[in-house]
Design a binder for this molecule. Structure first.
Ligand code: ASP
Length: 351
């Protein structure tokens, strides 16, 4: 009876296929029978087995048990390996799209990083769960179901990486985790979701985003050393002590300034000094809206900082700006003008 309902409601995706890569996270947790404490333990097959109506979609799934980690413990090396494995699946021509199942804590960053690497037309859909399987109303199975539809169907071709949770489809470029526990934790501040998964299909609310990628080999010679990009969030009364500690310790810096890109006056000579030596990107700690470039003019204003050599981060969140700068430096792109061009291309919502 349930199966019949699912078959009637969902658009048939028979003949279409998706690869599923499971990386761990709350969606894959089981509870310790004694203490009730959670840790990622379920295999990709077990996760998919919990999804009602999945078989009725008719999507052929190629399943990969890739990692079983909390998402905080995933590394950039894991993501590079994931990209290579996804590339191999897509190059084989056997799948129409990809689902990545992982913890939600770092999903806005992992999806964005993969979006920088992924050059294909096939969508890569990230999903997970806010409520584990032991809770009343776990959202993991419904999120997986929607993610498979989004990945296997034709609607998101060219969208790059997206995040699907609570039936909403968010672009990797804009998505943020905006709540620690709410099942409706994911938002795209300023732009809203790209669309919705409803009645077995994706309904788009807006045009697919303009994308700029930084694939392997896009820059100069890859840097053999591990690249270190620091993040400094400016707070009221910041006296610059922490910035001084970073001097000489990193290859690049992202500053999460207050408001639309401002810092206390005392930080200006320090940032000036840093920007003389390494790329320093200016973002806002607010996480919604762009840093300005030509509005305020006083010591510590955005114009003052940009004149001192900082690079405008547009409306990229501080975390995404950090990953973009890391990516550029890792492929050997150290030139300030080229870095600024990349931020201009990716950091502006209008593309
Ligand atoms: N701490 C978990 C993780 O990110 C939370 C989640 O899965 O959403 O892996």
């Amino acid at each position: 009876m349930f199966r019949a309902t699912a078959e009637r409601n969902a658009m048939s995706l028979t003949g279409r296929s998706a690869a599923v890569f499971a990386l761990g996270g709350t969606i894959a947790t089981t509870a310790d029978p004694r203490t009730g404490e959670l840790s990622p333990a379920l295999s990709a097959e077990q996760l998919l087995g919990s999804v009602s109506g999945l078989d009725a979609l008719g999507v052929e799934l190629r399943v990969h048990d890739f990692r079983r980690l909390p998402s905080a413990s995933l590394s950039l090396a894991d993501l590079d390996a994931l990209h290579a494995a996804i590339r191999a699946e897509l190059d084989s021509g056997r799948v129409d799209g990809v689902v990545v199942v992982q913890g939600t804590d770092t999903m806005e960053e992992t999806a964005f990083y993969l979006d920088l690497l992924h050059q294909g037309e096939e969508p890569i859909v990230f999903t997970g769960a806010m409520r584990d399987a032991t809770k009343a109303g776990p959202d993991g199975p419904a999120n997986l179901y929607a993610a498979v539809i989004a990945a296997a169907g034709p609607w998101l071709r060219g969208a790059g990486c997206v995040v699907v949770l609570g039936d909403e489809v968010h672009a990797a470029r804009t998505v943020q985790k905006g709540h620690t526990t709410s099942p409706a934790a994911f938002t795209s501040p300023g732009s809203g979701p790209l669309g919705l998964v409803v009645e077995g299909r994706v309904r788009l609310h807006q045009q697919l985003p303009h994308r700029t990628t930084v694939p392997p080999g896009a820059g100069g010679t890859a840097d053999p050393r591990p690249v270190r990009v620091a993040l400094h969030t400016v707070a009221f009364g910041d006296d610059g002590t922490q910035l001084d500690l970073l001097d000489g310790q990193c290859d690049g810096l992202v500053v999460a300034a207050i408001g639309a890109g401002h810092v206390p006056e005392g930080l200006v000579p320090r940032l000036h000094r840093l920007a003389d030596r390494i790329p320093v990107v200016l973002t806002s700690r607010i996480g919604n809206g762009p840093v300005l470039t030509r509005t305020y003019h006083y010591p510590g204003s955005e114009q003052d900082l940009l004149a001192a050599g900082l690079i405008a981060g547009g409306d990229l969140s501080l975390y995404k700006a950090r990953l973009l700068l890391h990516r550029l430096l890792s492929i050997g792109c150290h030139d300030r003008t080229r870095i600024a061009q990349a931020f201009d291309a990716i950091g502006r919502r209008d593309g």
